[in-house]
Design a protein around this ligand. Structure first.
Ligand SMILES: Cc1cc2nc3c(=O)[nH]c(=O)nc-3n(C[C@H](O)[C@H](O)[C@H](O)COP(=O)(O)OP(=O)(O)OC[C@H]3O[C@@H](n4cnc5c(N)ncnc54)[C@H](O)[C@@H]3O)c2cc1C
Ligand code: FES
Ligand code: FES
Length: 466
């Protein structure tokens, strides 16, 4: 049985765990404020809030309900737009009215929900972050300026938010209804785990549920998203261990990783949108085996390994670069799931950089993406180097030959120019909707140069490379 709280009501249901949350909210709970737009995670009309308990503290985030299977909200607080109404309009809704941020109104519940998620989460509110929290929402009427003004109004009202008594402050200031304050206690009484014996592994569902939603309702699915043992990121003295159901948001917001890798947090904005990152998992990105998966390219650049488990027991560890055998073909048995991803913590003097080019800057998948990790010793000799690239072959690629050529040599513009020839021989791009083969070869070269120019601006000048 799946148990969760929807707005202020506890739900216990035996309905198919593969039913989408969107269908449950609209057709079972009859809450029609949550809208159906694309059913593919692109428009944000179906956005809801998901609240989960973390050590007695509740954390809320926005999520696309069209891609969320019911099983994934087991033990959570789900909030639809109806559950955000206070006595009258809440502060966020009023801000949309005051700034004419709504016209036909179809997108408005999604925008309001995303901005409420920001109000619940933010530490020190600022306008650009508030606007950014709606990056998964599309409006075809307003032209967005009025919505940005609504975000500015909300930001103003959030000044002075008490972080220690966040729910209480937000209730008193009319952001959320007062029943929110009772939710942590209610959630703590729900069973934490879902008994689940399905077959096909599923994390956040942001890849699987884009297609075949009807078939998935009837399929035997192994829901991993709410498995406690697969939550979160851990560190040993030498390693970072990312458990499978860590979301992309948790990955990019991890304070230790942010402190280790300069620019780590800003890469996040290049990956999907806030509500997709809030539910899409790291293991899902690797297992979906897309040649342009961003987290895959980042983790290949970090020379990561994956732990494959069978029936909850670790079975074997393989290098991520050995996981991909061919287009969407994995070195993994059907019974094996990715339970952990591990990579060595970089030495203090190591540098890491990620580049992505797509047709539009945000909410788009890459034409080409690439990551590079490098460490030099005295005299600028390369003692460690790992380079990955996506979009230029049937699999996400670890550039083994290029890295082998570079290792042990002195870094210089001439060496980079020589090594790019090896890179070009390693890749085999084809022409498709993301660009011609020639264009992708050009991108591969430019982005490879950009790694070195960005990491060593004094030593590697662009004019010496071009
Ligand atoms: C609108 C939109 C924008 C997107 N933008 C980007 C983007 O910019 N960059 C990007 O890289 N991706 C993007 N994606 C793709 C997707 O969100 C990511 O790949 C995400 O990380 C997938 O994770 P998930 O948990 O949702 O995968 P799921 O859909 O749950 O699963 C994906 C695949 O992995 C398998 N799987 C899941 N977990 C495991 C496991 N632990 N062990 C074994 N197999 C497993 C499933 O069987 C399935 O085949 C986007 C998706 C959408 C809908
Ligand atoms: S309906 Fe468009 S994102 Fe869900
Ligand atoms: S107000 Fe019409 S789609 Fe946004």
């Amino acid at each position: 049985m799946i148990e969760f709280i929807l707005n202020n009501e506890t739900i216990r249901t035996e309905l198919s765990p593969g039913m989408t949350l969107l269908d449950f909210v609209r057709y079972e709970a009859n809450l029609r404020g949550t809208k159906i737009g694309c059913r593919e995670g692109d428009c944000g009309a179906c956005t809801v809030l998901l609240g989960k308990l973390n050590d007695q503290r509740i954390e809320y985030s926005s999520a696309t309900s069209c891609l969320t299977p019911l099983a994934n909200v087991h033990g959570m607080h789900v909030v639809s737009i109806e559950g955000l109404n206070t006595e009258g309009l809440n502060v966020v809704q009023q801000a949309f009215v005051d700034s004419s941020g709504t016209q036909c109104g179809f997108c408005t519940p999604g925008f309001v929900t995303s901005l409420c998620a920001y109000a619940l989460n933010c530490e020190k509110a600022n306008v650009s972050e508030a606007v950014g929290s709606m990056d998964g929402n599309i409006c075809r009427c307003t032209g967005y300026k009025s919505i940005e003004r609504a975000a500015a109004l909300v930001t103003e009202k959030l000044q002075g938010k008490d972080q220690n008594q966040s729910l209480n402050w937000l209730t008193n200031h009319n952001f959320i209804p007062s029943y929110f304050e009772d939710i942590p206690e209610k959630l703590s009484q729900l069973p934490a785990s879902l008994v689940n014996k399905g077959h096909t592994a599923i994390g956040g569902g942001t890849d699987l549920f884009v297609h075949h939603q009807d078939e998935l309702q009837e399929s035997s699915l192994n829901f991993l998203f709410r498995k406690k043992e697969l939550f979160g990121i851990e560190f040993s003295e030498t390693e970072c261990i990312v458990n499978a159901s860590t979301t992309a948001t948790e990955f990019f917001e991890n304070s230790r990783l942010v402190s280790i890798f300069p620019g780590w947090h800003s890469v996040m904005k290049l990956v999907s949108s806030t509500p997709i990152r809030n539910i899409g998992t790291v293991a899902g990105n690797l297992a979906n085996a897309s040649p342009i998966g961003d987290l895959t390219i980042i983790l290949l650049g970090l020379n990561a390994k994956v732990v494959l488990s069978v029936n909850d027991f670790p079975f074997r560890t393989v290098k991520l670069s050995d996981l991909y055998l061919g287009y969407k073909k994995l070195n993994k048995k059907e019974s094996e799931i990715i339970s952990q991803i591990k990579f060595d913590l970089p030495e203090k003097d190591a540098l890491f950089h990620f580049e992505k080019v797509c047709k539009r800057k945000y909410l788009d998948i890459a034409s080409v993406n690439t990551a590079l990790q490098i460490r030099l010793k005295d005299e600028n000799i390369i003692i460690e180097i790992h380079c990955s690239i996506g979009g230029v072959g049937p699999i996400p690629m670890y550039l083994k030959k290029t890295a082998e050529f570079m290792k042990g040599k002195k870094l210089s513009p001439a060496l980079i120019k020589e090594s790019v020839e090896i890179l070009q021989a390693e890749i085999s791009p084809i022409s498709d909707a993301r660009g011609s083969a020639d264009y992708k070869r050009l991108l591969a070269r430019q982005l490879y140069f950009s790694h070195f120019h960005t990491m060593f601006p004094d030593m590697i000048k662009l004019e010496d490379l071009l």
